[in-house]
Design a protein around this ligand. Sequence first.
Ligand SMILES: Cc1ncc(COP(=O)(O)O)c(C=O)c1O
Length: 395
Amino acid sequence: MSKHRPTWIEINLDNVAHNVRKIKERVGEQVCLMATVKGDGYGHGSYEVASVALKNGAEKLAVAMVDEGVMLRRKGIKAPILILGVSPLEAVENIVEYDLMQAVCSIELAEAISKESVKQGKRMKVNIKVDSGMNRIGVRPAEVVSFTKQVRDLPHLEIEGVFTHFATSYYEKDFVEKQYQAFKEALASLEEAGLDIPYRHCSNSGAVVNFPHTYLDQVRPGSMLTSPVKAQFPDLQMDLRYCFCWKTKVAFLHDMKKGESLGYNLVYTADSDRRIAVLPVGWGDGLPADLSNQGEVLISGERCPIRGRICMDQTMVDVTEIKEINVGDEVVLLGSQKDQEISHLEWTTILGGYNNHIVVRCLVTNRVPRIFIYQGKEAGKRVPLRPEMNKEIVF
Ligand SMILES: Cc1ncc(COP(=O)(O)O)c(C=O)c1O
């Protein structure tokens, strides 16, 4: 953490290693593991998660956009990196320069990569993206053969993979089966046309847990690298761990009299004399404002309710029931302390809507330093506001 503001996230890379090994065990030796580390590794540090994944069974990586791939290359990652999203034509120079493998579903992008590959004297791999029913990006199964032929005929390009993405794999079976069927038909038509593509893939985390028959040649999980995914069927349950613990320290203590209110808009009024701890963290750090007057934190292993509105940089909690408390005491916002836990599920139940555990972790902003625990000890540190305090892990 920065010594100037004691709010930080501990990322447990040993748990990432555990999760990756469990995934590899689940999918088996024959299936290639492509670790999806977009969105800064779902808020856990994409370089760190990628490095640990590659040491524990992953062979390839996937990211959402060119700059995420460029960053990994600049840090020395050599493994194949697939860009899952559509890249603008302006990015093609970097795609080729940094040896990134682009997903293609428009001939303009494929042609631009081909042209740039010729210019830079390189051969580039691409993956064909098929839209099997999610209606996001991809070529329609009916067009996959003609599109693939067009790409195949472009100079300096090699079609390394063909893939699709499921819309409902975490919670619903029928639509997954419908998409899988559509994808399989697209694959069969490619085969019939003599288009042999080495890696066929569609399984994200939900499918790795729930639908083992969809693994094909490669799986592409993201969220399960750093958190449990609940299986729909009991016999498919996996032993996966959270890797993310958000902490801060008590900054200030004061007493409130019965009948007094606190914070913006005075949304909490004390019904008896209360002791309040102020924490140096708020929605400007990504602490969800909807936890105001609803969520709890852990101090000395006890649950303390959040009182009033969470502010941009500060949060008030009720510590009346804690026997001994001091400025500087450690507080857990999300994670475990002693035998208590504030779980991701607890937050997402309060928050509702689309605020699932993945969203919550990605919302933590750059103000919050990450401390990386690796091989049982603090091994690295990322402090975006004070880069001179960064410490790279030697993997
Ligand atoms: C195309 C694609 N593949 C793989 C993933 C990884 O998904 P998950 O985090 O559900 O494993 C994503 C994430 O949204 C994605 O968009």
